[in-house]
Ligand binder design. Structure first.
Ligand code: S3P
Length: 181
């Protein structure tokens, strides 16, 4: 560990944190906001944090500097999201799980909940040309199929709780609340 690393004193209370992971269109934002309201916790979103940190949109970063530059910003944003001392629900952008270090950050950062829905359901939800989802391209259904194949095992491995996210947001929120007790 480098001499400037920050270490949380063991006497400090650990913030309660729910980390929502899942594909684009799985409902992380909608469910996250509802859940945070029900719990009286903060709501955080890694994509929004990237925009705040850089002053640029996700699409702008992808188009100007490329995906790798976005992923570096995503990692920074994720660290910030799990470093707060207030209880929070965090919507974690869909691709953050691709990075091993991010997966460790998530595993240590709180209760990880995977909002699982099949790609064909996701395809019916995402808006073509959505400003913060350049990876969807012209054929969102095909892109979602491909990304789902690649990421499903990672979400599976990371999740403390798996919730069927194909149903209505209110039902999903109820299921999460029951699962976390
Ligand atoms: C991405 C998901 C998006 C956004 C970016 C890349 C991904 O966030 O971070 O377009 O790789 O799955 P949402 O999951 O919030 O849509």
């Amino acid at each position: 560990m480098s001499s400037c690393a920050t270490v949380t004193p063991s006497s400090a209370p650990l913030a309660e944190r729910i980390l929502l992971v899942g594909m684009m269109g799985s409902g992380k934002t909608t469910i996250g906001r509802m859940l945070a309201e029900r719990l009286g916790w903060d709501y955080l979103d890694s994509d929004e944090q990237v925009c705040r940190n850089t002053g640029r949109s996700v699409r702008e970063i992808f188009e100007t500097d490329g995906e790798a530059a976005f992923r570096a910003e995503e990692k920074r944003a994720l660290h910030q999201a799990v470093s707060g001392d207030q209880p929070a629900v965090v919507a974690v952008a869909g691709g953050a799980v691709l990075d091993e270090e991010n997966r460790a950050t998530l595993a240590q950062g709180g209760t990880v909940i995977w909002l699982d829905a099949p790609p064909e359901v996701l395809a019916g939800r995402v808006r073509a040309g959505s400003d913060h989802r350049p990876l969807l391209g012209d054929d969102a259904a095909a892109a979602l199929e491909r990304l789902d194949r690649e990421r499903r095992p990672l979400y599976q491995e990371l999740a403390d709780v798996v919730v069927d996210a194909a149903s209505k947001p209110a039902n999903v929120v109820d299921r999460i609340l029951r699962a976390i007790g």
